[in-house]
Design a protein around this ligand. Sequence first.
Ligand SMILES: *Cc1c(COP(=O)(O)O)cnc(C)c1O
Length: 432
Amino acid sequence: MHTLSDCLARDAADPLRSLRGHFALPADLIYLDGNSLGPLPRSAAARATQVVNQEWGQGLIRSWNDAGWFGMPQRVGARIAPLIGAQPHEVVAADSTSVNLFKVLSAALAVAAADAPGRTVVLSERHNFPTDLYIAQSVCQTHGCTLELVEPEAIDGALNSKVAVLLLTHVNYRTGAMHDMAAITAAAHAAGALVVWDLAHSTGAVPVDLNGAEADFAVGCGYKFLNGGPGAPAFVWAHARHVARTDLLWMQPLTGWFGHAAPFAFTPDYQSAPGMARFLCGTPPVISLAALDAALDVFDAAHALGGMAALRAKSLALGDLFIELEEQRCAGLGLGLATPRQHAQRGSQVSLTHCDADASHSAYAIVQALIARGVIGDFRAGAPGEPDILRFGITPLYLGYEDIWNAVEQLKQVLESGEWREARFARKAAVT
Ligand SMILES: *Cc1c(COP(=O)(O)O)cnc(C)c1O
């Protein structure tokens, strides 16, 4: 049995404890939603102010050179690279995850068409994040391909000689289930397919080794576990073997001037830049990139304390504690576990279900009641035929063991008191 004093002792002994001070988190709040919008790093607030007032306000257009604005997509990408097992020059920060998916999926199909003509299927998971499927639908239509969707356990069996590209999200947004990137990439390659990984719920939360897995393309999100702020730029990675190709006229279809070999030559014809710059499109969002850049400082501090391995160990310990406390203290209150227990199959969140005979939206209502008590998690509608999800993001950069204790205590009280039934009516009122 865990006790509150055990939790306090674990916090006192936590080597990553000091990292919490990097964040401007409101007092009296337990933030379990950093997988959806990371909190504000103090350094990001300071940097954004400085960019606005000094670099933009005083430097004006001179800052493109003087403050190094031009090189920001590459500089920020280089700082993300060690978190995903990439070389610094292999990552650029740009655009949104959705836009980057469009680029890399198109690039993967262009590579497949050149190397393995006749493959016309993009394979993905039925319960992949919707934007991934929406983008895939459009890219497939443009390329005359078919999008085939399967359950996770059917991926291996569906990798046949028709599959050009396998598009997967590493950590599932609903359940937190994590794929074995190395094994799946190897299986796809053995079947002659390329693999695109979406790292939205992985980057900054679980160790990722893209080069180790010999993956083909990847994208990821700047505003989730990287804490870059709302709408922060996303990133793109492509394996060097693809980036180096010169036989493809366009590596990707969004051939804006920032991906041109000589943007300021103003020549009429597109010529792809060498290296990852070819994945850029238009003018970078400097203020947002600066905030993301500063947000990455906490990962430098974490690096000195054991890096992603230490963050992963603490994330799993916090997740285990959440699951064990929930099972001990909320037994009989209708909760179920939707997240895999096995560490190798779990990302950095705990997802629960709630079963209540006469309340169809109980998961939503419970999350609302928790938020009213200062415990911020979120709700996700279940996959068709599956229960709804109460989702709790575990960010070891700023969460401690006492936070988990208190969050589960609040969950227990919400369920025991039945106060969530009021929140359910509040939702109905808000919807109509
Ligand atoms: C959050 C998330 C996205 C976000 O895409 P945007 O273009 O930033 O809106 C994409 N894919 C997955 C898997 C996500 O979890």
